[in-house]
Design a protein around this ligand. Structure first.
Ligand SMILES: Nc1ncnc2c1ncn2[C@@H]1O[C@H](COP(=O)(O)OP(=O)(O)OP(=O)(O)O)[C@@H](O)[C@H]1O
Ligand SMILES: [Mg+2]
Length: 621
């Protein structure tokens, strides 16, 4: 399995190429059985038993109807009620009650089973979503698939469960009632089964249409979800109001919805046409069957009582054959989604392959980045175009450069989140790709520009730096070093305060306070290599200088790479790398770079002059 994602278009092609075949049905039944079996075997077996018993009850009903009718027909005036008739009546009532009871038992059991299957599927999907390689998150078709799989994770498992039970129940009942019908007259059965044929022909086409419709709608649906997210979330609410974007967004949302409804109407009309054709075909065959029955009575080949029972049987069979076909249709329909899910899981499996390899050493003496190139998936231009650098243990290394020069991209590669497209990152000479990526990431603490503000407690926001047991003393220490302790302790519930207004008792923080919490998270991780992407952008000058003072103490001989646009903090770094358009153009200490009179010196002077308000400095480059 390649890790390449299929486009929605490919999926459509794929669905078109899937032959409607007994083989495919069998394969799907097996796949579904595996899924349902894995989620609740006892319940599943119980339900199968219920289905078979229900089928026997149905067949029994037909037999009882026949004896009931013949007893009624033999009833003479004033002759009293024969015991056969009483027994048949009671039997019929009993069987009908049993059928109703079995039905509700089946309803409850299959609901619970469906929910268990849904839970299992959801677990698998979420496991896969957290395991897949980060680069998939750069791809729109990945999101489409994720959304489709996630949306179907709640509904499709029910469908699969119901379909499977429908097939088993329908098959059992068809055999049971069919045997009774064949006993009445052999010609009736094949005729009736023939009635299912038109529906078989139309069903698969319908399910394929359904899947294609979903595939085609997913991108629009995602846009819709995004718009409704913009309109309903708190952080976005202020900007949406400030720029008065509510109206335009609503309009777009309505437009998308209207288009969806129009598409849905067209889709439903097509589906309706198909199913009507199938039903009409079945009805024609049924009419023929009834005509045959009438002819048989006329010829005396069947008695009137038998004919009555046969009509009941035909009625039942019709329902059962339809249940069987519906089950098959459902399973074909769910089958396309199941393979969607399977392919999604395969992505996670390939991601797990990437996790193979020796564990990275606990520490390194030197990291070398050799001629590293990187382009984002689906992007034609390279974000990094041959980067070389060297980071020795214990150093504080700064990356500077203009917006879009590749600093964050380099940080992601150093953190083991992406593999370089070419070149290598080596720890003491060994390519990090030969280590398991999990272990590489384990040695690194990275805080990105767009770090996450978890709507959990302050303590958790810091302790998430290293998953596992939370050590309160270390949380406090990390907070102290990041300059977050004082304001966190002052919160209503101290470290236990939820850092979001979304939840009761929660409090929000200022931008700079959040940044300190994020830095505390990195400190808490206590990793060999710390990467901070613009850690001080939102910090006030006093906090910034305090942070850099504490940085060396926190590092205690470990290594830091930080990215900053503020040259005041950059100048204290041991080595500064200047990036420009995906390349390192200068490297050295502050003094060396200033002496070089290159890009660094120019940018540094520009900023310094702006602070000092020197005359004659151009306002823009
Ligand atoms: N997810 C992405 N998909 C495609 N291209 C990307 C992605 N992220 C960044 N890029 C591109 O890669 C290049 C380098 O981006 P990067 O984020 O590394 O810049 P940066 O130096 O961190 O900039 P800044 O100072 O603005 O943070 C840019 O041209 C950017 O447009
Ligand atoms: Mg950046």
């Amino acid at each position: 399995m390649t890790s390449e994602l299929l486009d929605p278009l490919d999926l459509q092609i794929e669905s078109r190429n899937q032959r409607r075949s007994v083989g495919r049905l069998w394969q799907l039944v097996r796949r579904s059985t595996r899924l349902v079996w894995g989620s609740g075997r006892l319940l599943f077996v119980g339900l199968l038993v219920v289905q078979v018993v229900a089928a026997l009850v149905l067949a029994g009903q037909v037999l009882v109807v026949e004896s009931f009718l013949s007893a009624v027909l033999e009833l003479g005036p004033g002759g009293g009620v024969p015991s056969v008739l009483v027994a048949a009546t009671l039997g019929l009532a009993g069987l009908m009650a049993a059928a109703a009871l079995l039905d509700s038992v089946r309803g409850s059991m299959s609901r619970f089973l469906g929910e268990s299957v849904a839970r299992r599927t959801y677990q698998d999907v979420l496991d896969a979503a957290t395991a897949v390689s980060l680069r998939h998150f750069e791809s729109a078709s990945f999101y489409d698939r994720l959304q489709r799989v996630e949306a179907s994770a709640t509904s499709r498992p029910f469908q699969v469960t119901q379909a499977l039970l429908g097939i088993v129940g329908g098959l059992a009942a068809t055999i049971g009632v069919g045997a009774v019908l064949a006993g009445i007259h052999p010609v009736l059965l094949p005729l009736l089964l023939l009635g299912g044929l038109p529906m078989i022909l139309t069903n698969r086409r319908e399910s394929r249409r359904e899947f294609q419709f979903t595939v085609a709608q997913t991108p629009h649906q995602r846009q819709r979800y995004y718009l409704s997210y913009l309109l309903t979330t708190r952080d976005e609410a202020k900007e949406v109001r400030a720029f008065d974007l509510g109206g335009p967004f609503r309009e777009r949302f309505d437009e998308l919805y209207a288009r969806y409804l129009a598409d849905l109407a067209r889709h439903l009309r097509r589906r309706l046409a198909l199913s009507t054709a199938g039903n009409l075909g079945s009805a024609a065959v049924l009419t023929a069957t009834l005509l045959v029955l009438v002819t048989l009575i006329g010829r005396g080949a069947v008695s009137v009582a038998q004919a009555g029972a046969a009509i009941v049987a035909i009625r039942m069979l019709q329902g059962q054959v339809q249940a069987l076909l519906r089950g098959m249709q459902s399973i074909f329909e769910a089958g396309l989604f199941l393979s969607d899910v399977d392919q999604f899981m395969d992505l996670a499996a390939t991601a797990r392959d990437e996790e193979e390899g020796d564990p990275a050493p606990p520490a390194f003496g030197e990291i070398t980045v050799e001629d590293v190139r990187f382009s984002y998936p689906g992007s034609a231009t390279e974000a990094l175009r041959g980067v070389d650098l060297r980071i020795r243990r214990g150093q504080v290394v700064a990356l500077v450069g203009e917006n879009g020069s590749g600093k964050t991209t380099l940080a992601k590669i150093l953190a083991g989140l992406y593999d370089p497209s070419a070149g290598a990152v080596r720890w003491d000479g060994r390519d990090t790709r030969t280590y398991s990526r999990v272990s590489v990431r384990d040695r690194v603490a990275v805080i990105f520009q767009d770090f996450v503000r978890y709507a959990f407690t302050a303590r958790e926001n810091i302790a998430f730096g290293r998953a596992g047991k939370c050590e309160d003393a270390r949380v406090a220490e990390a907070a102290g070093r990041a300059g977050a302790a004082s304001f966190l302790e002052a919160l209503p519930a101290g470290y236990e305060t939820i850092l979001s207004r979304m939840f009761k008792g929660g409090r929000d923080l200022s931008g700079g306070q959040w940044q300190r919490v994020a830095i505390a998270r990195a400190f808490y991780r206590d990793a060999e290599l710390m990467i901070l992407d613009e850690p001080t952008a939102a910090l006030d000058p006093r906090a910034e200088s305090a942070l850099y003072e504490s940085l060396r103490a926190v590092l205690a001989g470990r290594t830091a790479v930080f990215i900053s646009h503020r040259f005041s903090s950059v100048r204290a770094a041991d080595v500064i790398y200047v990036l420009d358009q995906g390349r390192v153009v200068e490297a050295g200490s502050h003094e060396e770079l200033m002496a070089r009179e290159g890009m660094y010196a120019e940018l540094f002077r520009l900023q310094a002059a702006a602070y000092l308000g020197e005359p004659g400095v151009p306002q823009a480059r």
